[in-house]
Design a protein around this ligand. Structure first.
Ligand code: AVJ
Ligand code: FE
Length: 416
């Protein structure tokens, strides 16, 4: 790709992302902009400023070696231990946040115009810092969607909608045979995240993998069969979590005598029985597998199965991933087709693999992005949800959370 085409593509990607960010900001009610709705999260308004700060820091400051535009805002919107989440509530107004986003963006675009992308500087080389800023913005959009759900969960429900009829004709477990073989795992590209490097060969034994992610109907059968009450289905740590949290259904589910509902980012809606079950923690996924006589796939198995479809899926500007829909459409039943269905665009899928480095891993651009989370306590999820930007839904992309995290759009696709 020539330097001018690369610059044009980077600019277009940043602009696409920004359109989504500003649409999301419009959905944030004023009274929730500056409050922490949950112990895990900074206030939702902070995430918007943090997008601008990160872009400015890595492009303007690190790649070009220039001073920050505004030291105070740069500190306020930094994700640093010196700036704990409780400090992040003293935010500027919505208008000031929008203005900060526009100013930091202008710096990034001016820098792109001037930059020599063939420079050996690792921030500059091949446009790394700009693509990093783009991907980072997209990732925070998903977090913002998660927080919109929390906001709706906190608001009083006036009237529940009509529930869906609770039945399904999908077979279970509906396993697809994946043949043994070898493949190239990971992505060594100027744009890849540090945790996707280096590309390396992996061997995989034949196994079976569910055609689609586990559906809400299938999850409700686990619930009705005492899934949350039967100690023997849970690991020791998982059971301790289950008891402590008094969990009885996925996060954001609402169950009454009439049916099943879900607190989505646009308010309560009925759950479709065939939509992938979402907002599950790793411990719950593990218990479900034990109940069904199945297991979680490793991330090697997941990526191998996902890439059998062929390469060509790694174009950083043109990811063709089925299931791409509007920003807030929410999860829907998986579209029919040949082979494995709903690999991305519906829910992330938990794997059995702790988040760990590939051989040759080097933390970049900072330890806090990946390395600090490679601690044996985080597990990898793969695929990407309906709230994940298409460009991030590549088969090599690794996401990770602690096993108790269930506020994300997280589901599973079991193996045998
Ligand atoms: C990979 C989604 C867990 O949100 O903490 C955003 C991504 N890293 N800014 C997170 C991330 C720095 C990360 N997750
Ligand atoms: Fe961040």
């Amino acid at each position: 790709m020539s330097a001018s085409v690369l610059k044009r593509e980077l600019r277009a990607a940043l602009e696409r992302a920004r359109g989504r960010t500003l649409r999301l900001l419009e959905l944030v009610p004023d009274e929730f902009l500056k409050v922490r709705v949950h112990g895990f999260y900074s206030p939702i308004g902070w995430h918007f400023g943090h997008i601008g700060r990160t872009e400015e820091y890595w492009i303007h400051h690190k790649a070009l070696g220039r001073p920050c535009l505004d030291d105070e805002l740069s500190f306020l919107f930094a994700d640093l231990p010196e700036n704990p989440k409780d400090n992040r509530v003293n935010l500027p107004s919505r208008e000031q946040i929008v203005e900060y986003l526009a100013r930091t963006r202008q710096c990034a675009l001016d820098a792109l115009d001037e930059a020599d992308l063939s420079s050996p500087d690792p921030h500059m080389s091949g446009g790394y810092a700009w693509y990093f800023a783009f991907q980072h913005e997209c990732q925070h959009q998903e977090t913002i969607c998660e927080m919109l759900q929390l906001i709706h969960q906190r608001r009083p429900v006036e009237r529940l909608p009509e529930p869906h009829e609770w039945k399904s004709s999908l077979p279970f477990p509906d396993l697809v045979q994946v043949p043994s073989g070898e493949f190239c795992m990971g992505w060594s590209h100027p744009f890849s995240y540090d945790n996707e490097k280096e590309e390396h060969e992996e061997k995989v034994e034949g196994f079976e993998l569910m055609r689609r992610p586990v559906t809400a109907f299938q999850w409700s059968q686990f619930m009705e069969d005492g899934g949350y009450q039967r100690r023997e289905l849970w690991s020791e740590e998982g059971w301790a979590w289950r008891v402590r949290e008094e969990a009885f259904a996925p996060e954001y589910w609402l169950v009454d005598a009439r049916g099943y509902y879900y607190f989505g980012p646009q308010g309560v809606r009925p759950i479709h029985p065939d939509e992938p079950a979402s907002c599950l923690g790793w411990f719950e996924a593990e218990a479900f597998c034990r109940w069904a006589g199945l297991r979680l796939p490793s991330e090697v198995e997941w990526e191998y199965a996902a890439r059998l479809g062929g390469p060509g899926q790694l174009d950083p500007f043109n990811m063709v991933s089925p299931g791409a829909r509007g920003d807030l459409a929410g999860v829907e039943p998986v579209a029919e087709g040949p082979g494995l269905l709903g690999l991305s665009g519906y829910v992330w899928q938990w794997t059995s693999s702790p988040f760990s480095p590939y051989s040759g891993f080097q933390a970049f651009p900072y330890d806090g992005y990946s390395k600090d989370h490679m601690d044996g306590r985080h597990f990898v999820c793969r695929g990407g949800s309906w709230a994940t930007a298409p460009e991030l839904r590549r088969p090599t992309f690794r996401n990770w959370y602690v096993p108790t995290y269930r506020q994300g759009f997280l589901g599973l696709r079991a193996a045998r």
